[in-house]
Design a protein around this ligand. Sequence first.
Ligand SMILES: *Cc1c(COP(=O)(O)O)cnc(C)c1O
Length: 305
Amino acid sequence: MALQGKKIWLDGEMVDWDKAQVHVLTHALHYGTGYFEGIRCYALDDGRSAVFRLDEHVRRLFDSGKILGFPLPYPFDRVKSAIMDVVRANGLKECYIRPVAFLGLGEMGLYAPDNPVHLAIAAWSWGAYLGDEGIKNGIRAKVSSYTRHHVNVMMTKSKVSGNYINSVLAKTEVKKAGYDEAIMLDTEGYVAEASGENIFMVRDQRVKTTPPTSILPGITRDSLLTVARDKGYQVTEERFTRDELYTADEAFFTGTAAEVTPIREVDNRKIGERCPGPATQDLQQTFFNIIKGKDAKYARWLAYL
Ligand SMILES: *Cc1c(COP(=O)(O)O)cnc(C)c1O
């Protein structure tokens, strides 16, 4: 089913959904010279809506542009308010928001310093990315045969469109093999992240996630790290291996799209005694309370509509 909504913000204006189009010679379409964000807005229990960690997402969007050398041609606050406006213009209480910046029409060669940088912001209703069943009972993951980016091959701190071919290959490979999500190893063979999520493991009450080297440093990852530390878990950011993951008591993915999704199996090996395990369940529940506005301690992460 095709995505459908009312309005999309494009280069400073709110345009009709079907009118938000680009030319086929758009630079980004050929070379992946775009960068984007994935943001969620949640309907709170008190009837209001709030965008989760808006400042951090907008900051990362600017960082992505800076890393690539084609920065956003707007002030920070303009982008923030445009994101809020898109949610309102579409009459959405709860949605996924996709800002995407990209090099437009002009020079078709790789060196295109004068091509315009466009910015589009769309929003639509999007449920659990890895399924409601996945959020509740966990998903089946498989280590992909595709390696995650090397830090000097791709800019891994930038959510750059071109990076996602690696993710598409990995995701497609494991989906066609009957699994739900791909786990990717770094160039040295250590666990890096999933195709669009970061990964955590728990063993003997200790919570571990991979360090921010070859991974995209997720905002959900940061939220879970903060929550876990605040709750008194022993938390480390360190490399771990595929076999450590097999013998974990618990494992889960984090991401704006996937939220907190428990991992039930890795490479056909059952993870832990039951899924979700106690730490995953505790952290996941806290996360869901926070995004629903039920935890005053983290109200600073909510930008009310
Ligand atoms: C977006 C993304 C994540 C998750 O980041 P969040 O800020 O939590 O949404 C993790 N890994 C990759 C490759 C991503 O693109």
